[in-house]
Ligand binder design. Structure first.
Ligand code: GRF
Length: 203
C-alpha cells in the first residue's frame, strides 16, 4: 500500500510537480491524493488537476483566525485519509497545534542549507553573507519556523556575480531532486522523527 500524501502549495508548484512526477511511478512508496492551496487559481493547482489529482482551494482570508484556517486544512487532510503532508512553497505559517498534530508526518522544503538563512529573502541573505555554497533542505516541520530536524540537504555553488534570481533557479533544480528523495525515505520508513531528531534506519 502506498502512503497517502497531500501537498500544500500557494503558487507555481514546481516542487509539487516534481513530487507528482516521482509518484507517477507505481513503485514509488507514496501516492499524491490531494493538492490544496490557500490561493485560488494558482498555476500549481491547474497542473495538479490536469494530472488527475484531487485539488482543493482553502482561502485563508475566509477564516477568522489562523487556527480556524488550519482546522479547515486538517479536515480536508483527514477527509482524504492523508498520512503524510508535504509543504511545497506553502506561504502560510501553521499554528503550533497543527504542527504538533502532524509531527513526524509533515515535511517542508527550504531553499538554503538550514540552519543558515531561515525565513524569507533567503537568497538575498545568502548573497549578503557571501557564502560560496548554498543549497536546499527538506526537514520535518515543528512549531518553530524552519527549525525542524533535517532529513536531507543538497549543496549548490554560489557563482560570482549571482543575482538572487540566478541562485534561486540553480537551487530549484536541486530541490526538484531532493524533495522526492526525502519523501521516499519517509514513506518507506527509512527516516522517522524520534525525540526531536531525525532517526535514520540502516539501509
Ligand atoms: C521553493 O524555492 C521552496 O524551497 C520554497 O518556496 C519555493 C516554492 O517554489 N519553500 P515552487 O512553488 O515549488 O515552484
Amino acid at each position: 500500500m502506498r502512503v497517502r500524501t497531500a501537498i500544500l502549495i500557494s503558487g507555481r508548484g514546481s516542487n509539487m510537480r516534481s513530487l507528482i512526477a516521482a509518484a507517477s511511478d507505481p513503485a514509488f512508496p507514496a501516492e499524491i491524493v490531494l493538492v490544496a492551496s490557500n490561493v485560488e487559481g494558482v498555476e500549481g493547482l491547474k497542473h495538479a488537476a490536469a494530472a488527475g489529482i484531487v485539488t482543493k482551494t482553502i482561502p485563508h482570508k475566509s477564516f477568522p483566525s489562523r487556527e480556524a484556517f488550519d482546522a479547515a486544512i486538517d479536515a480536508a487532510l483527514s477527509e482524504a485519509d492523508v498520512k503524510i503532508v508535504c509543504l511545497a512553497g506553502f506561504m502560510r505559517i501553521l499554528s503550533d497545534w497543527f504542527a504538533r498534530k502532524w509531527e513526524g508526518r509533515l515535511l517542508n522544503i527550504h531553499p538554503s542549507l538550514l540552519p543558515s538563512f531561515k525565513g524569507v529573502h533567503v537568497h538575498e541573505q545568502a548573497l549578503q553573507a557571501g557564502v560560496r555554497i548554498s543549497g536546499c533542505t527538506v526537514h520535518f516541520v515543528v512549531p518553530e519556523l524552519d527549525a525542524g530536524p533535517i532529513i536531507a540537504q543538497a549543496a549548490v555553488p554560489v557563482e560570482h556575480g549571482d543575482t538572487p534570481e540566478a541562485l534561486a533557479a540553480r537551487i530549484l533544480q536541486a530541490e526538484h531532486k531532493l524533495y522526492p528523495a526525502a519523501l521516499k525515505m519517509l514513506a518507506e520508513g527509512k527516516v522517522a522523527l524520534d525525540g526531536g531528531r531525525a532517526r535514520f534506519s540502516p539501509t
